[in-house]
Write a protein that binds this ligand. Structure first.
Ligand SMILES: C[S@@+](CC[C@H](N)C(=O)[O-])C[C@H]1O[C@@H](n2cnc3c(N)ncnc32)[C@H](O)[C@@H]1O
Length: 312
């Protein structure tokens, strides 16, 4: 399993912080604060122009973006395909979304494998696909096209210049893309402690040197590089802006489940640098950071960028 914080998850089985669906759930409140408002508003305006809209979300995890779109009332009549290669995530989405919807006063039913959410005359139908994106791209029917493509905390995991043209082929003419939480080279933990710089540099290097299926996949500066990659693939950027994660607590701890989010990230840096950094230094660094989370004193900032745009 891999993702920005988890491509070495195979090593995580012994860790206390190895529940990826819980990590994705804990990330929701952090993402809610972080998402760039201008890019979001442009997305909302475009969704308002559709009577019926077909949305594909790639690397959609446990479906928190669907919840967010519904919570913020930007979906009307929607067919939404949630694709993620991890069947564990899709299973969590199938369980979590109906519960969330009932708690939020939707009428919930199933049409075969599709979840149907109805409220105030508006219907969202969700299809769940546990499939690798590249298999999906290779096997889909050529006329299977979408109005909107969403990739949230995903693009920085793949070979972006090679992948974007294939993604744009999934869009109908004048279709839109909403690509958010693209990491852009800055990870900050405060207060500073010994070996931060060495550890962060090695951590970012692992993103740049990641090889999946024999190909370099990942970019620690994906955010800034997307400006040129999107244009070269034929996309027009309508809005772009920062979507930094900023997580801080106090003597009462952190909001929602954000302490778990922080433990998971520290643990993933720790596990990912196994063999890269002298183990006593790395262990000491991680144990100080975990202790700071317990006392509510760790501040974590990651610089990221969001993009909303369209194709011709
Ligand atoms: C950082 S997570 C983000 C998940 C979700 N978008 C969110 O923010 O909650 C990246 C997700 O991409 C999925 N993923 C990674 N590579 C993939 C691929 N080739 N095809 C489909 N999904 C993939 C992972 O399983 C993971 O759930």
């Amino acid at each position: 399993m891999f993702n920005r914080f988890g491509y070495y998850f195979v090593k995580k089985t012994m860790s206390n912080y190895n529940n990826f669906p819980r990590y994705l759930a804990s990330k929701k409140s952090v993402d809610d604060r972080a998402l760039n408002q201008r890019a979001w508003d442009a997305l909302a305006v475009s969704l308002d122009t559709y009577e019926d809209v077909e949305i594909l979300e790639i690397g959609g995890g446990i479906g928190t973006m669907i919840e967010r779109l519904l919570e913020r009332h930007v979906l009307q009549h929607v067919r939404y395909t949630l694709l993620d290669e991890q069947s564990e995530n899709i299973a969590a989405a199938r369980e979590r979304l109906p519960k969330w919807a009932e708690e939020n006063s939707f009428v919930v039913s199933w049409e075969g494998e599709k979840l149907v959410l109805w409220k105030n005359g508006q219907v969202t139908k969700v299809a769940f696909l546990a499939e690798d994106l590249f298999d999906f791209l290779a096997c889909r029917a050529a006329d299977e096209k979408y109005d909107l493509l969403i990739a949230h905390a995903f693009l920085d995991l793949v070979d972006i210049p090679a992948t974007l043209p294939k993604l744009f082929e999934l869009l109908k003419p004048q279709g839109h893309f909403y690509f958010t939480i693209n990491f852009d080279g800055e990870t900050i933990f405060e207060p500073a402690i010994p070996h931060d710089e060495e550890i962060m540099a090695a951590y970012h290097r692992t993103m740049d040197e990641r090889i999946i299926d024999g190909k370099l996949s990942g970019d620690s500066h994906a955010g800034r590089h997307l400006f040129s990659h999107l244009r070269e693939a034929g996309g027009e950027i309508v809005e772009a802006g920062s979507s930094d994660w900023v997580v801080f607590g106090d003597e009462n701890g952190y909001p929602a489940d954000e302490a778990y989010f922080l433990h998971f990230i520290v643990d993933t840096v720790h596990g990912g640098l196994d063999g890269e950094i002298e183990s006593r230094r790395l262990d000491a660094w991680a144990s100080v950071r975990h202790a700071q989370i317990e006392s509510g004193t760790l501040v974590y900032i990651a610089h990221q960028l969001d993009f909303f745009g369209k194709i011709p």
